[in-house]
Design a protein around this ligand. Structure first.
Ligand SMILES: [Cu+2]
Length: 191
């Protein structure tokens, strides 16, 4: 079952639940839709998570909290496929997290221009990791959404790269290099 199918099933289940539970009551305000990416390194160890909260006036608040990464700046993006599996090419060479595909580009811009450009909507600012290997950041983007429309990131992936992203097409994809951590964006788990 794909993440999209899971999502559809979850919405169907929610709709039934709302119909069953809420029908006799007055309308209740909906909670902000919240999703998560549980982030793993290339050894398969979970190193943190990202939380994505849909803002009712549009856009998404993103909170990333990870540890165990090399200090410094790391390119970070939404990639288009919700899979952090490796991808093996015809020569048998395996790319960690290769199944996540390329950068999420709902407008079909074909350009990698960073968090404020007119390129891939999934391009974020570099993740800054401190000397202890930790990174914690919260930011807002109005270029993405959760649970609706062509900019929906649920069922896609959050990727962290080995090197700094220069927010240009030269070198391609900002030069951020290898994929070192990945999380599939899906339902928030109960704590
Ligand atoms: Cu990337």
């Amino acid at each position: 079952m794909t993440m999209r199918m899971l999502k559809t099933a979850a919405f169907a289940a929610c709709a039934l639940l709302v119909a069953a539970v809420a029908a006799p009551r007055p309308a209740i305000s909906a909670q902000a839709p919240t999703f998560a990416a549980y982030i793993y390194d290339t050894t398969g160890k979970q190193i943190g998570q990202a939380i994505f909260v849909g803002i009712d006036t549009g856009g998404v608040q993103v909170r990333v909290d990870v540890s165990g990464l090399p200090p410094g700046k790391h390119g970070m993006h939404i990639h288009e496929v919700g899979s952090c599996n490796p991808l093996r090419n015809t020569a048998g060479v395996s790319t960690p997290f290769g199944a996540a595909g390329g950068h999420f580009d709902p407008q079909g811009s074909g350009h990698h221009l960073g968090p404020n450009g007119t390129g891939h909507a999934g391009d974020f600012a570099n993740l800054v990791v401190d000397n202890a290997g930790n990174a914690r950041t919260t930011f807002f983007t109005d270029r993405l959404s959760v649970s609706s429309g062509p900019t929906d990131i649920v069922g896609r992936s959050l990727m962290i790269h080995a090197a700094e992203d220069n927010y240009t097409d030269n070198p391609p994809l900002g030069g951020s290099g290898a994929r070192i951590a990945c999380g599939e964006i899906g339902p928030l788990r109960a704590m």
